[in-house]
Design a protein around this ligand. Sequence first.
Ligand code: NAP
Length: 292
Amino acid sequence: MLLLDGKKLADEIKLEIAREVQQIKLAGGKVPHLAAVIVGNDGGSLTYVGHKVKACEEVGIRSSLLQFDETVTEEFILKEITKLNENSDIDGFIVQLPLPKHIDPDKVLLRIDPKKDVDGFHPVNMGKVVLGLPAYISATPQGIIKLIERYKIETQGKHCVVVGRSNIVGRPISILLSSKSKTGNATVTLCHSKTNNLKELTLQADIIIAALGKPEFLTGDMVKEGAVVIDVGTTRVPDTTSKSGYRLKGDVKFDEVAPKCSAITPVPGGVGPMTVISLLLNTLKASKHEVD
Ligand code: NAP
C-alpha cells in the first residue's frame, strides 16, 4: 500500500514555486501579489487566512491581508472588491468565507473579476472548468488532481466514485476526472445523500474520492482490493489528549481501508496541504495572466 503523502508533495511543490518566484525577481519582473479579504474575527477563518498568508511568505509571493470589522456593510465590501479588481498591483485575491449574515456571499463572489478569482469559485471559472478551458480551478479539486498527477495514478478508463457533490469539492472533482485530459478520462459516478445502494457502487470503484464530511464513513467492507482512496474529509472531533482539544478525522476508516488499497491519503497530511499549494499555483498563474 502506497501512502499518498500530501504534506511531502506540498513541500516539494512549494520549493518549485519559490524557485520560480525567485527567477521572476532576478529577471526584474513583478513579484506575484495575493490579497485576502476577511470580515470579522472568526477564529477558524483567521487561522485559515493566516496559513495562506504564511504559505505565500514561504515562497516569496507578496500578500496583503485586508481585515474589516464585522459591522461593515455589504455595499462597503462590494466597493472594496471593485478596488481590488482595479488595482493592477494585486494579481489575485480571495474573500474568506463565511461572511457575516448581512453580507450576501453570492453578490460578493459575482463582484470578483474572474481574472483575479484565484479561489476559482466564480461561475465564469466554474463554467470554464466544465468546458475544459484554461481557468482557475478551486483549491481542493486542483490539489487532488496534482496529487494524482505527481503520484502517477492512472485515471484513464478507471471507474471513479466520488462521494459528495458540493460545489467546492465533489462536483468539480467529478468534472475534472471525467474530462478529456491526462489526469481525467475516468468514468465517474457522483454520489450524494440520496444515492441508493452506495456500497454497491463504492465496491465497484477503482478510485474513491470521499468528500462528505462524515468521520470514518467509508469502511473496509465498502472498498474493493487494490482501490485508490482519496480522503477529503476533515472533521474536528473532540480529543482531550490533544493540546487543541480536538483531532482531525477523515471520511475513511483508515485502519480498515488502508490494507485493502493500492494507495491512500492520510488525514491529516493528505489532501489538506495540497489545498494551500493550489492557491499559490493560482496566484502564480494570475501573475502570468494565463487565464485572461
Ligand atoms: P458539504 O458541502 O457538506 O457536502 C457534503 C456532500 O456529501 C453533500 O453532497 C451530501 O449530499 C453528501 N453526503 C452527506 N452525507 C452523505 C451520505 N451519508 N452518503 C452519501 N453522500 C453524503 O461538504 P464539503 O464542503 O464538500 O466538504 C466535505 C468534507 O471535506 C468536509 O469534511 C470538509 O471539512 C472537507 N474539506 C476538506 C478540505 C481540505 O482541504 N482537506 C477542503 C474542503 C472540504 P447532499 O448533496 O445530498 O446533501
